[in-house]
Each structure stands twice: as structure tokens, then as C-alpha cells.
Design a protein around this ligand. Structure first.
Ligand code: ZN
Length: 279
């Protein structure tokens, strides 16, 4: 793949690195009125350096949603940068790819319904406990939504009926209150009432951060960027450019590999017709 966006930058030269960073294309991270910008590349069709044949074809597929087919380098870039950086489309008709800070965050969901895929912020309670004492105490805690002070549970008739002394019950109540902290009263899904499952790995999502990167940064200031810091930044922006190249070459491959065909869809039409009564 011949680099289109990616540049060779002399990492031994402070001036070369500063020139590269300051001269790089930039675009808004959010809406333009926020006036926040970051490193970007213009990926509008007429700026992709296409052959006239590819160009014709590219205009034919305007209006076809092909982003998911060509955007896998964005996920690779995000993964390679530990989810601390990602890239996103912005601008009218998504004409720019923009470098963003990002963060992987837990959604807070602890269980899910395999039947209707609804997620839940509470865990499913355990199916079984060590003995009958625990079972009875756990049921009282879950039914009261774990809301009471441990001492209050000693007054519940079902717990009073257990053949343990209050001194034995109290630590059991305290321990189970902690263990059941994130559990709902039952395992039923709130939507379809089928049993939920706990997540073995809690789900997370990528948060794209809209703040600017290196906007009005004075790289040349004497007390500012060390050579090592400059190199790291150049490394990041070059990786971003390389990912933009990979998206561009996926797009070109798409142009080469697919023909645009117009398909006529036939829909059922309701018509009235006369039918004779059955004899
Ligand atoms: Zn459900």
C-alpha cells in the first residue's frame, strides 16, 4: 500500500517534527461552534487521489452505506492505542476523519437476559446457599431490597424462628448483606420475565472525548516539549495517518470489487376482486 496520508518524519530533527505537527491538517472535534480542533485528514472523494475511473465509480456509490465495510482500521487503531485514542468522522457528509482522545468505560450492567437481550444493573442472586439458615436470611434480605440495618432483620419472624442465637445470626446477616449488595430480588428479566444471567466480563463501551488535541500548542517553546514527548506525538499522528491510509485503501478495494447495480423491489399490492359465494 503506497502511503497517501502518511508522511516520513525525521524523528532526529526537532524542527522536522514540529513542522509536521504544526502543518498537519486539522478539523473540528465537535460542531464547529465549539472551536475545538484536532489532527484530521480530508477524506472527501475528490481529495482521495483516485483515478478517474475510480472517481466515477465513487460518485455512483454515493448514498450507499459502506462505512462498516471499510472502517475496520479504526477499530485496530483504537485497540493498538489501549482505547486512549480513537478516530471519528466529522463534518458535512462526514468528509473528515479526526483523531480523538477516548476512554473505555464500564456500562455498569451486571446481568442480561438471553431471551430478549435486555441488560440489567443488578446481579442475579445465588441459586443456592450453604444451609437453611443462610437461605432464610438471604430471602429476607432480598425481599427487603437489602434496605435495613442488620439489627432490624433479627426481628423478622422467619429469622426469629431459626435455631441460632442472635449473636450467631448477626454476623451471618452482615456477611450476606454484603454478598447480596448488587443483587435483585429474583433472576427475572424486567421485560420478558425469563431468567437472567450474570455477565462473566462486565460490558464496557468506548467514550469518544470531544476535547481538542494540541490546539494552539507551542511545540517550539524552550520549556515545552522534550524530544521524547515530540517523538511520541509524531508516532501517534503517523499511526493515525496510516490508519486513514488503510481506510482509503479499503475504500479503493471496495470500488474495484463491487459493481453498483440497481435492483427493482416488487412489493405485494392489495387489490379488490369479486368472488362468487360458495354454493
Ligand atoms: Zn428478557
Amino acid at each position: 500500500m503506497t502511503p497517501f496520508f502518511k508522511k516520513n518524519v525525521d524523528r532526529r530533527s526537532r524542527a522536522a517534527m514540529v513542522d509536521f505537527l504544526q502543518g498537519h491538517c486539522r478539523y473540528d472535534t465537535l460542531r464547529s461552534w465549539n472551536r475545538l480542533t484536532s489532527y484530521a485528514n480530508n477524506i472527501k472523494i475528490h481529495r482521495l487521489g483516485l483515478s478517474s475511473e475510480q472517481d466515477d465509480k465513487a460518485y455512483q456509490i454515493l448514498g450507499v452505506d459502506y462505512w462498516d465495510d471499510i472502517s475496520s482500521p479504526v477499530d485496530d487503531f483504537t485497540l493498538e492505542h489501549d482505547h486512549r485514542y480513537t478516530m471519528a468522522l466529522n463534518g458535512r457528509s462526514d468528509g473528515y476523519l479526526v483523531l480523538h482522545e477516548s476512554a473505555l468505560e464500564l456500562t455498569g450492567h451486571l446481568s442480561y437476559c438471553p431471551n430478549c437481550v435486555q441488560r440489567n444493573f443488578k446481579k442475579v442472586p445465588p441459586e443456592a446457599y450453604q444451609d437453611n439458615n443462610e437461605t432464610v436470611i438471604a430471602r429476607e434480605i432480598l425481599n427487603s431490597q437489602n434496605a435495613w440495618h442488620p439489627g432490624v432483620y433479627l426481628g423478622q419472624p422467619a429469622i426469629q424462628a431459626l435455631s441460632l442465637s442472635d449473636e450467631e445470626k448477626l454476623p451471618l446477616i452482615v456477611r450476606l448483606k454484603t454478598a447480596l449488595q448488587d443483587c435483585s430480588a429474583s433472576d427475572a428479566c424486567g421485560v420478558c420475565h425469563q431468567p437472567r444471567h450474570n455477565f462473566s466480563v462486565p460490558p464496557s463501551r468506548l467514550r469518544v472525548i470531544g476535547k481538542s488535541i494540541d490546539q494552539d500548542e507551542d511545540f517550539a517553546a524552550d520549556d515545552g516539549w522534550s524530544m521524547a514527548a515530540l517523538r511520541d506525538r509524531v508516532e501517534l499522528v503517523c499511526a493515525f495517518d496510516a490508519a486513514c491510509d488503510a481506510v482509503r485503501s479499503n475504500f479503493i478495494a471496495l470500488l474495484e470489487d463491487y459493481a453498483v447495480v440497481e435492483v427493482t423491489h416488487y412489493r405485494p399490492v392489495q387489490v379488490k376482486t369479486l368472488v362468487a359465494h360458495a354454493a
